[in-house]
Design a protein around this ligand. Sequence first.
Ligand code: NA7
Length: 534
Amino acid sequence: MFKLPRTDVDVIVVGAGISGLYAVYKLRAQGRSIAGFESAADVGGTWYHNRYPGARCDVESIDYSYSFDSELQQEWTWTERFATQEEILRYLEHVADRHDLRSAYSFETKVVSAVWDDTDSTWTVTTDTGVVKTARFVIFATGVLSTANRPDIAGAESFAGESYHTGEWPHDPVDFSGKRVGVIGTGSSGIQSIPVIAESAERVVVFQRTPNYSIPAGNRPLSEEFIAEVKADYDERRRLSRASGGGTPNSAYPKGALEVSAQERTRVYDEWWNRGGYLFAKAFPDQTISKEANDTAREYVEAKIRDMVNDPALADELIPTDHPIGTKRIVTDSGYFTTFNRDNVTLVNLRKTPIETIVPTGIDTSGEHFDLDVIVYATGFDAMTGTLSRIDIRGRAGRTLLDEWSAGPRTYLGLTANGFPNLFMTTGAGSPSVLANMVLGAEQHVDWISACIGYVDAHGGSAIEATEQSVDDWVAECNEKAAGTLFPTANSWYMGANIPGKPRVFMPYIGGFANYGAILDDVAAAGYKGFDIR
Ligand code: NA7
């Protein structure tokens, strides 16, 4: 009879962010032994690193939280509609304490390689601290926005002042008072941090390459009555979230933007604008499918930007023209556009005057020199595949994930890859997570993975691997779904377009959170259709 290999642990979990923590919880509850590795000094993942001023989640706090522990759900009380980074990190630390999750992890330990032995059906994982561990299964819960993009700007290392990347923010607070601060980048991180930095800095110079759509958050403290109402019916809220396209209990207007009168359209846009934030992208169901429908949303938001920015010429510079609204994630802000009415905030349009070099005293554009004490790089991430591509992952017959994905990520269900038995990934390429509520997405993935491991064991299997055909079909399905939308027309990080040389492929699955969940359920119910089990 075949005997399972003797390994150090059953499962290695890489990452102690939202999905890694839940993976440790869930697999332990199944009685499995776990070794967790985390490069940071503590839990939190994205929320450990992104401590920049103004950092908040753009999904409402009551939804951006675990549903697996109903007592936790009842006991924890969010204070604001959109939680700050600090509050989310406190929550994740609380979850880790509550379920003793830290004990599974080696912190400040980065996984550098994972190598599959096909004879023994074993993964060997090596870390930068020299720790080597074997396991039957590996779960890469390494995040999608976890490898900072540091652009290659001439002279950057010569800068004599302080410099920070928003995604690698220091733990000690940064004091901007009396300082001249340059912020490079106007994605979510730039747009969230600029208004806060401008409150204390002497001067803020915003270096904008591409303007972005951003909508005021409509953030507010949560009242006791509201919290009580949510808690009284949390299960129903979660049920609606799981049945939705985006993993929150929100849905688009029942008719398309082009099916209603101009008056009705404006009324709906007003309503969604007042709800605040990125949900505006989903006011009408056809907004990111039809260019004509999208134009109605774009025009509405352009008028709002013009209302908020006093100088009409400046408003022109701040209005995006390069992408349909919503095809890059709309930023959820707190006072971004009105910040440009302040005397101490200057916009530099890099399309007109690009950065030429960074010098010890500041930044030289083709038009002007800016004296700076601090440079903030709000330049984003090598998203979705960046972290995995920096780990030497070798599967069957020495196949490397880096080579396999050289033309873009190739997964089955976003969770597995052909050639890499017993390896799972969470919330990444080929899944809808970045387009949805990441926390429920993490639970969805981990629940499926743990059931899959249970199935393999129950059937006396040593390894499970997605077939090449199922990967081909899933990649085709993801491409086909994206091609039916306006998303591939934007130079977004979803497309890998923000990283020079990265293949341009729309990486997420855009068929919706609920549809994806139904596919996962079907695959499992059919005895893990599309997989070979040995
Ligand atoms: P993003 O959204 O990728 O934004 C990065 C910004 O940095 C964007 O405005 C880029 O301009 C700019 N950038 C990048 N490289 C350069 C160089 N070399 N010069 C000038 N400007 C540059 O990252 P964020 O961290 O803001 O947000 C990531 C996600 O976190 C966000 O989507 C939310 O889901 C949460 P570009 O557009 O490339 O011209």
